[in-house]
Write a protein that binds this ligand. Structure first.
Ligand code: ATP
Length: 403
C-alpha cells in the first residue's frame, strides 16, 4: 500500500539499508527503513489519513517521519536528500537519481541496496555496488576509499557486522581501516559517539573475537588511550571472563540478567590507572550512575583482588565482595588465573551475593526487641552470623537472638 500511495503522490518509494540486507539474508529485521524520492512527511500524512490507527511523527526539517503500527512495529521514512543535485531548480527527472545519491552515502555495499516498492517494479533490487554478491561471499566492503576518513564510526560498524553476521572485511577495506587508524581519524570523534558505536559491539556475544579484532587492527590505543600492557595476559583475562559470564548465565537462569557491556567495561578498561580510567569513562559520557558504578567496582575489585589470592575468613571476604555489582564480581572472578581467588569469588556469587536474612526487623520486634537502633545493630550482627555459618534458618536465628 505504501508504494501505491507514494505512486499516487508521484513519489517513488524504496526499501533500503539493513531492511534489504536482512530480507536477502532471510533474517528478522528490526526497523523497516524506506526512502522516498519526494517529501517523506507528506507521504506519512497521506498514509495516516488512510489508516487512522497508524501513529505518525514527522520531522519536517529532516524530511523524515516515523510510522508506528498498533502491533509495535516501526517504519522509518526518509526523503532521499537532494543536496547533491546540480541545482535544486533543475531537479533531474532521471530515474532513481535520488535513491542513487542516497545509496552512495551509505557505509557498506551490503547496506547500500534498495528494493523498489513502486507497484510497477515491486521487489526489483537496486544494487549498484554489488552488495548481493558481497552478501553471498560474506564480505564487508566500503563503497569508496575515503569512507572511514569521512566517518570513523564506520570502522566500529564494520566490526559489528563482521561479528554479528560472521562476515569479514575484504582486504582493501581492511587496509583502509589500518590507514585511517594510522591517520588518527578517531581524534575527530567525540567520546559520546565513540561510545555509542562501541556499546553495540560490547553487547554482542563475541567478546573474545572482538578483542582479537581490536588487537589486529591496532584499535586498543584508540579505545583505551594507551596500548595493552601485556596482550597475552589481557587476552587470557577476556577468555576467562567469557567463561565466567557463560557460567553465571547457566547457573542462574532466573537471576536478573547481567549486562554484557557492563562486564566488558570493567574487563577492557579496568587495568588502566585511576586517572586514565576516570578520564576515558568520562569521555564516553556514560550516564552518571553507570560511571560511578564502574569506577567503584574497579576500585573495589583492585582492593579485593590481592587479598583474595590467599584464603580469607568468610566475614572478611563478605565485606570485601559485597560492595561489588554482579558485573564487577564476574570481572574479578576472571581477573587472575588463581584457583583460590576463583573459588572464593564463585562461592560468594553462589551463596552470599543474594543473602537473605532469616529474620526481618518486624520479626525481631515480635521477639520483644523494642523499635530503635538496636534492631539495625542486631540485623547487622545476624548477617555476620549467617555468613559465618552460626545461623542457618529461622529457628537457629531465633535461638541466636535470645542468647
Ligand atoms: P541493524 O540491524 O543493526 O539496525 P542496520 O543496517 O539497520 O542494522 P542502522 O544503524 O539502523 O543499521 O543503519 C541503517 C542504515 O543506515 C544502514 O544499513 C546503512 O545503510 C546506513 N548507515 C547507518 N550508519 C551509517 C554510517 N555511519 N555511514 C553510512 N551509512 C550508515
Amino acid at each position: 500500500e505504501l508504494g501505491e500511495v507514494a505512486a499516487s503522490l508521484d513519489m517513488r518509494a524504496y526499501l533500503v539499508g539493513g531492511s534489504v540486507r536482512d530480507l536477502l539474508l532471510n533474517a528478522q529485521t528490526q526497523d523497516v527503513d524506506i526512502v522516498v524520492e519526494g517529501e517523506a512527511p507528506v507521504l506519512a500524512r497521506q498514509l495516516q489519513a488512510r489508516n487512522p490507527e497508524l501513529q505518525v511523527s514527522v520531522h519536517p526539517s529532516f524530511g523524515t517521519a516515523t510510522l508506528s503500527f498498533p502491533g509495535g512495529e516501526r517504519l522509518d521514512l526518509a526523503s532521499s536528500r537532494v543536496e547533491h543535485y546540480p541545482s535544486p531548480a533543475a531537479l533531474p527527472r532521471v530515474e532513481s537519481s535520488g535513491i542513487q545519491a542516497d545509496l552512495w552515502r551509505r557505509d557498506f555495499t551490503i547496506n547500500a541496496m534498495a528494493m523498489h516498492i513502486h507497484p510497477e517494479r515491486f521487489g526489483e533490487l537496486l544494487d549498484p555496488y554489488h552488495g548481493a554478491t558481497d552478501l553471498k561471499e560474506r564480505r564487508i566492503r566500503v563503497l569508496h576509499s575515503l569512507s572511514f576518513i569521512e566517518d570513523p564510526t564506520r570502522i566500529l560498524r564494520a566490526l559489528r557486522f563482521e561479528l554479528r553476521l560472521g562476515f569479514l572485511m575484504d582486504a582493501m577495506s581492511e587496509r583502509l581501516v589500518r590507514n585511517a587508524v594510522h591517520l588518527d581519524v578517531f581524534s575527530q570523534l567525540s567520546g559520546a559517539r565513540l561510545w555509542r558505536e562501541l556499546s553495540y559491539l560490547l553487547d554482542l556475544p563475541h567478546a573474545l573475537a572482538l578483542s582479537d579484532r581490536l588487537s589486529e587492527l591496532h584499535l586498543w590505543p584508540v579505545l583505551r588511550g594507551e596500548p595493552l600492557a601485556d596482550p597475552a595476559r589481557f587476552r587470557a583475562r577476556v577468555a576467562r571472563a567469557v567463561d565466567s559470564l557463560r557460567w553465571y548465565r547457566l547457573l542462574f537462569r532466573a537471576a536478573p540478567e547481567v549486562a554484557g557491556w557492563r562486564l566488558w567495561i570493567r574487563v577492557f578498561w579496568g587495568d588502566l590507572d585511576d586517572a586514565r580510567l576516570r578520564q576515558r569513562l568520562r569521555e564516553f559520557q556514560l550516564p552518571a550512575r553507570e560511571l560511578s558504578a564502574a569506577l567503584s567496582d574497579v576500585e573495589k575489585l583492585r582492593q579485593a583482588r590481592s587479598r583474595l589470592l590467599k584464603p580469607l575468613d568468610p566475614w572478611t571476604r563478605y565485606q570485601l565482595l559485597s560492595p561489588l555489582s554482579m558485573e564487577g564480581l564476574l570481572a574479578l572472578l576472571s581477573w587472575d588465573e588463581c584457583e583460590i581467588l576463583q573459588a572464593q569469588v564463585s562461592e560468594f556469587i553462589q551463596h552470599q551475593y543474594d543473602l537473605r536474612l532469616p529474620l526481618s526487623g518486624k520479626d525481631l520486634q515480635a521477639l520483644g526487641i523494642p523499635r530503635g537502633p538496636r534492631i539495625g545493630e542486631l540485623l547487622a550482627q545476624l548477617r555476620r552470623a549467617v555468613v559465618e555459618g552460626h545461623v542457618t534458618d529461622r529457628e537457629t536465628a531465633k535461638q541466636w537472638i535470645r542468647q
